[in-house]
Design a protein around this ligand. Structure first.
Ligand code: THU
Length: 157
């Protein structure tokens, strides 16, 4: 028998420590939370993806009265980004959220499993790491890649 651990690297930064490009992406994700349609959960998530053509594409969670028919902010952003600019490659994604009190969450939230798998598709397509920035009110986490968020991911066989 063999035991091994899988660890993921997380860098915590303050807003001021971000580059201007990352600040813009973080603000775009925060702003996208205002376009969330979340009449059921009242939890508002925004995602912003920087593409290598210079565009920033945003998405927000879109809920549905038939709950599973809704989708998360990350998937609404990544599917739209690739539908709008199929030739462009992802560089970085930022994810922000506001809780049921309407305030930005104190600690960052992380994408759900389905969104990690969906985002991994576009990282694979890019052929390089796509950074993930998780945004809280005072805490910001940077992960070096989508694959780091999904250890033992299912990949093409
Ligand atoms: N949600 C996202 O948009 N992204 C996540 O990473 C987790 C959850 C949404 C789905 C639902 O509309 C609401 O947040 C509450 O789960």
């Amino acid at each position: 028998m063999k035991h091994f651990d899988i660890t993921i690297p997380v860098t915590e930064v303050t807003f001021d420590e971000l580059t201007q490009g990352d600040r813009d992406l973080v603000e775009a994700a925060r702003e996208a939370t205002t376009r969330s349609y979340a009449p059921y959960s009242h939890f508002h998530v925004g995602a912003a993806i920087r593409l290598d053509n210079g565009e920033i594409i945003t998405g927000a969670n879109q809920e549905n009265v038939a709950y599973p028919s809704g989708t998360c902010a990350e998937r609404s952003a990544c599917f739209y980004a690739h539908a709008r600019y199929p030739e462009a490659r992802f560089e970085t994604i930022a994810i922000a959220a506001r809780g049921t009190d309407g305030e930005e969450v104190e600690a960052p939230i992380a994408p759900c499993g389905a969104c990690r798998q969906a985002l991994l598709e576009y990282e694979t397509l890019a052929g390089h790491d796509v950074r993930v920035i998780l945004v809280g009110r005072h805490r910001i986490f940077i992960l070096p890649s989508v694959k780091s968020t999904l250890p033992l991911a299912f990949v093409e066989f």
